[in-house]
Design a protein around this ligand. Structure first.
Ligand code: 26M
Length: 820
């Protein structure tokens, strides 16, 4: 089976002995007195022990080779549970299972005790987690840098169908997967002012006199590659008060304020901001960004050396990838270190800086583009603001030289915006300060070049490139879908886990009736597994003989959960009117999973509506099991791992031109769900690869959206012209889902009719028709299975290993360093 070739030979008895001695020596308990957490921790420690030798060797080899390193800078890593991944990498899965069984313990039960590190919001954070996995698997020297948030993404609960957030206390019981290194802490400065002097040659010398500082304490996490000895590191920084920070106050006798000061410093890594668009310009958020970036850049520079000769080798030693604009303050920070701290000339420093940074953009929504007010930046990072101004002066001069007299262009491109308030445009700073700028799917990269950053791509066409996102096949197929994995292993061998393009060899099996039968059995078993999970986890009772129609992702208007709701309400309305016979329908279970940013009121209303519609439909005997709505709370990576393999239909229905890529769409296709989707993000590439017969396309294209909006979109006209749309909206407005209260969902209804920013009503009819096609297609189970198999066989492109190879070829040019 699928053991990585390098798995150590550990016997069940050795493992058990280790486990027991862990219980004794690290937890101070015996098997009889051990708590759940004792058992889980001892198991984790016993597993991780077998990866540490590889980790140490990797670090030594990379250090001795002076290997060029990828430094991935990301404010988020949505890691998901660690135990299964560590077992897969160490090849100890079977041993651990048998060992626990020999002690009368259930391995699965222990594994479920793990609280997943949810240090990210959604797509961007999960992408970072997939990328560090692939970098390790490809033997690329790489470190992921980020923040060890004390509290990750909130735990979502529903009270009367409305989202209520609970703090995520993932560290409450300690994490057996982290290695703290307080001795390697780094000081990060904030505030104060800048003093300028002139040296003998008349050069300006800047000295930043910060007002306060904090310690960045590194916590290292293992990032084992699959089927390799290579183990990379994820380094997450935690904020601590420095000695001087509180001692000064303490010595003055002010105990209370000394403790308060500590709290202030440690606030920085307390909590992940749960917004995944529409940045709010909060001071603490900027503190977080500078905090982790300053520590990471300082540490990287420390590894390379701080003499001018060593600093000149930076481009041969490191490449920084900026995961969106969140870490972009690294660019002026690098300039500050090179110029102010190590005495390099500005122009040389700028050349080095631009050659070591690259920027990935993850959005197209204008409101998601980060800006920091000059006011705030100047207060928190006065020297960085000066540096940004100088970078901008030089840049603007360059634009003026190539486009004399075009002040409009200068104003559009400037790193500094003047209106509605003076602020630094982080995407502009990133673009000016980077060698390469990439979008995350083919369509997105085109729109980036032609719309969002069009002036920059005219100036520097060669700067822009695409790297289509991917997902790790280890977590999202091998671990999440063991049934399908075994089936694939039997058909084409086990190499696909490391080389997902091999999935194409499954294609002939789509025509093999016996294989289709087995494939359907796997899907059925995955549905049963999900039904059990939702029963235990949420008390939801689902039938498993229905089409599983799944929409899981953050709640956002542009993603158009509302369109899915209108479909559900339309089906219900037609059943009530007798236009649809529930007995003749294919039973459909619609599953939603979605968190809303706590301050995003419309998103929260939509959550309430989904729950209200679900409660009404699920309780209505007239529906007779033809339609069921499930909305398990707190969708997270762990739930995704059981949900996605059970899906028949993957909902990817964002308005064309708004979803940069999507990565859930890839996970579903790889697990044999068929997609219903628009031509948006990576859906475009999925459809091209799986074939249009195996993809349910609907909706306006991006140019059609632009045209419609330019001529003036009037949503109410669609409502007036379409009876079933009108009926669905009227049903919601009537209070049918709110105990007769017409006010409850008035906000949603009037927004749809009078604003509808994301053209839900314009795409409604096409969506309903596409769903009718789905319904007939699903009736032929054998043909459906064939399409599903072709989805799997043709989705090998969407491995994050391929994404990383693209980054290597197009951007990083970092050689692999195989260990041993
Ligand atoms: C900004 C300011 C304050 C607090 C949080 C943020 C913030 C955090 C995350 C803003 C955006 C964030 O993420 C955006 C995101 O997840 N984008 C998604 O990236 C995926 C990976 O490339 C794509 O697949 C999705 O299409 C894209 O929406």
């Amino acid at each position: 089976m699928n053991q990585p070739p390098a798995s150590p030979s550990v016997s069940v008895d050795d493992f058990t002995t280790d486990f027991i001695s862990r219980l004794h020596n690290s937890r101070g308990v015996d098997l009889e007195s051990a708590s759940d957490n004792d058992l889980y921790s001892a198991l984790a420690w016993t597993v991780r022990k077998h990866l540490i030798d590889r980790w140490l060797v990797t670090k030594r080899v990379q250090r001795e080779n002076k290997a060029k390193t990828v430094a991935y800078l990301s404010a988020e890593y949505l890691l998901g549970a660690q135990l299964h991944n560590m077992l897969l990498a160490s090849g100890l899965g079977t041993v651990a299972r048998e060992s626990m069984a020999s002690l009368g313990l259930s391995f699965d039960w222990l594994a479920e005790l793990e609280v997943e590190p949810g240090l990210g919001n959604g797509g961007l954070g999960r992408l970072a987690a997939c990328f560090v996995d692939s970098l390790a698997t490809l033997d690329i020297p790489a470190t992921g840098y980020g923040i060890r948030y004390q509290h990750g993404i909130f735990r979502q609960t529903f009270v009367d169908g409305r989202q209520v957030e609970q703090p995520d206390n993932w560290l409450e019981l300690g994490s057996p997967w982290e290695f703290p290194h307080p001795e390697a802490s780094i000081v990060v400065h904030f505030g104060g002012h800048v003093e300028h002097t002139t040296d003998a040659e008349g050069n300006d010398l800047a000295a930043w006199k910060p007002a306060w500082n904090v310690l960045a304490v590194p916590y290292n996490y293992l990032v084992p590659g699959y089927g390799t000895q290579n183990v990379n590191s994820l380094r997450l920084w935690s904020a601590r008060a420095t000695q001087s920070f509180d001692l000064q106050i303490f010595n003055s006798g002010d105990y209370e304020n000394a403790v308060r000061a500590q709290t202030y410093a440690e606030n920085i890594s307390q909590v992940l901001y749960p917004e995944d668009s529409t940045p709010q310009g909060k001071e603490l958020r900027l503190q977080q960004q500078y905090f982790f970036v300053a520590a990471s850049v300082q540490e990287m520079i420390g590894q390379v050396g701080t003499s001018l000769d060593e600093l000149r080798t930076l481009p041969q030693r490191v490449v920084f990838q900026l995961n969106d604009t969140h870490p972009v303050i690294a660019i002026p920070e690098m300039m500050r270190l090179l110029v102010d701290v190590y005495g390099m000339e500005w122009d040389e420093a700028w050349g080095i800086t631009r050659s070591v940074f690259n920027y990935t953009c993850h959005t197209l929504l204008p409101e998601a583009l980060e800006v920091w007010s000059v006011d705030l930046l100047g207060r928190l990072l006065p020297r960085h603001l000066e540096i940004i101004y100088r970078i901008n002066d030089d840049f603007v001069a360059e634009v003026r030289e190539s486009h004399p007299g075009n002040e409009l262009l200068v104003r559009r491109m400037s790193i500094i915006q003047e209106q509605p308030f003076r602020a630094v445009r982080m995407a502009h700073l990133a673009t000016v300060g980077s060698t390469k700028v990439n979008g995350v799917a083919a369509l997105h990269s085109e729109l980036l070049k032609d719309k969002v950053l069009v002036d920059f791509s005219n100036l520097w066409p060669e700067k822009f490139t695409n790297v289509t996102n991917g997902v790790t096949p280890r977590r999202f197929v091998k671990i999440a879908n063991p049934g399908l994995s075994s089936l694939i292993d039997e058909a084409i061998g086990t190499d696909w886990v490391k080389d997902l393009s091999q999935l194409s060899r499954l294609e002939p099996f789509a025509d093999d009736a016996a294989f289709r039968e087995q494939f359907r059995a796997v899907k059925a078993a995955n549905k049963t597994r999900l039904v059990e999970t939702l029963r235990k986890r949420d008390g939801i009772e689902l039938a498993d003989d229905a089409i599983f129609d799944v929409m899981v992702k953050r709640l956002h208007e542009y993603k158009r959960q509302m369109l899915k709701v209108l479909h559900v309400v339309t089906l219900y309305d037609k059943i009530l009117r007798g236009e649809l016979d529930p007995e003749s329908m294919t039973p459909r279970v619609v599953i939603f999973g979605a968190k809303a940013a706590p301050g995003y009121l419309m998103a929260k209303e939509i959550i309430a509506l989904i729950n209200a519609v679900g409660a009404t439909i699920n309780a209505d005997p007239r529906v007779k099991g033809a339609l069921y709505v499930a909305f398990p709370a707190n969708y997270n990576v762990t739930l995704a791992e059981t949900l996605i393999p059970a899906a028949d239909l993957s909902e990817q229905i964002s308005l064309a031109g708004k979803e940069a890529s999507g990565t859930g769409n890839m996970k579903f296709a790889l697990n044999g769900a068929l997609t219903i989707g628009t031509l948006d993000g990576a859906n475009v590439e999925i459809r091209e690869l799986v074939g249009d017969d195996n993809f349910f396309l609907f909706g306006l294209t991006e140019p059609e959206v632009a045209t419609l909006q330019a001529k003036g979109y009037v949503p109410s006209a669609y409502y007036e012209a379409n009876a079933s749309l009108k009926n669905a909206i009227d049903l919601i407005a009537s209070g049918a889902f709110s105990g007769g209260n017409r006010q409850t969902f008035e906000g949603i209804v009037s927004d749809l009719l009078w604003h509808d920013r994301f053209l839900v009503l314009a795409d409604y009819q096409a969506y309903i028709e596409a769903q009718n096609v789905v319904e007939s297609a699903y009736a032929d189970q054998d043909a459906w299975a064939k399409s599903a198999i072709l989805n799997v066989a043709r989705s090998g492109f969407f491995s994050s290993d391929r994404s990383i190879r693209d980054y290597l070829d197009r951007i990083w040019h970092t050689p692999a360093v195989p260990v041993q």
